[in-house]
Design a protein around this ligand. Structure first.
Ligand code: SAM
Length: 296
């Protein structure tokens, strides 16, 4: 094995020798903690049932996690890096690993579906990343919403975002992101990670989350667009009662009709969106489609 890239001295020498200056605007905080790195890789490999493993990595940086995935036995690692200056460095650090494919592209725009199509039959594919913080939510939402052939995601995000992803109803962290993540996956925080695990240190702590992909059983029966319209409406103005919030979103309905709808779903119209479970959002979508506006 070549020198582990998570060692601070190795990364520092590599960057200095290549004249590379870290770019804050690209969220470049490289992982330099071997224990955290191995916990991510172990989690990414778990539940494979002997299938061949492929990883989709967003933002490989100099290849720290990429290398660990390849060393651990991922037979294919597709690594998408936006910073063109990192591509020659990555090509060099990853040269001992023919299973690694470096893709020079913006992960916000890249066609993941076309990329993964070639692997979905023979591999169990996992998205694994130490995500650039400035695009955490849009990237995670893309990976969740696009119906990609992913078994799970194991991603490093800001701790505060991780807490919102796994939040239960009723607390201040629970919001549209929690519902979206928990609609598409079973989410849990694997571990929290201090700022000292990165070079340079970010300003806030991080956490690794595991999202096992599967649509929530109670929500899978209802129209997805309608479900998320209800969620959007319920959270848009958090201090409003459901009656007022939903009347704002569903402008085709009178307040009386919204009140009738809430009654049909057995939900108190004075409650606030942040107290609703996914099952209750699904019930609202179901009753709307069946009784309020059939055919939607
Ligand atoms: N994986 C490396 C590690 O753990 O040390 C680097 C992680 S660093 C937090 C985020 C990486 O994502 C950087 O290499 C950055 O250049 C890259 N990046 C930022 N925006 C990106 C985008 N839109 N698409 C792909 N990569 C991006």
């Amino acid at each position: 094995m070549t020198a582990p890239l998570y060692q601070p001295a190795v990364v520092k020498t590599l960057l200095r020798d290549r004249g590379f200056t870290l770019k804050k605007q690209f969220g470049q905080n490289f992982l330099i903690d071997g224990q955290v790195l191995h916990a991510i890789v172990e989690e990414a490999m778990a539940e494979s049932d002997g299938e061949k493993l492929a990883a989709l990595e967003i933002g490989p940086g100099v290849g720290t996690l990429t290398q660990a995935l390849a060393e651990a036995g991922f037979e294919k690692v597709l690594a998408i890096e936006k910073d063109r200056q990192l591509i020659p460095i990555l090509k060099e650090t990853m040269s001992p690993y023919p299973q690694v494919e470096i893709i020079s592209a913006d992960a916000l725009k890249y066609d993941f579906s076309a990329l993964l199509a070639a692997y979905q039959r023979d591999f169990s594919i996992r998205a694994v990343a130490n995500l650039p913080y400035y695009i955490t939510t849009p990237i995670v939402m893309r990976l969740l919403e696009e119906g990609l052939p992913l078994a799970k995601m194991v991603v490093m995000v800001q701790k505060e975002v991780a807490e919102r992803m796994v939040a239960a109803p009723g607390g201040k962290e629970y919001g549209a992101l929690s519902v979206a993540v928990q609609y598409y996956s079973e989410a849990r925080i694997l571990l929290t990670v201090p700022t000292s695990s990165f070079l340079p240190n970010p300003s806030v702590d991080s956490a690794v989350v595991t999202l096992r992909m599967r649509v929530h059983a109670e929500a899978s029966e209802v129209d997805r667009q309608l479900f998320f319209k209800v969620v959007r409406g319920s959270f848009q103005q958090r201090r409003k009662t459901l009656l007022n919030a939903l009347a704002g979103e569903f402008q085709n309905l009178s307040k009386m009709a919204v009140s009738e709808w809430l009654k049909l779903a057995s939900i108190d119209s004075n409650r606030r969106g942040e107290t609703l479970t996914i099952r209750e959002f699904a019930e609202l979508a179901r009753t709307y489609a069946e009784h309020i506006q059939p055919g939607v």
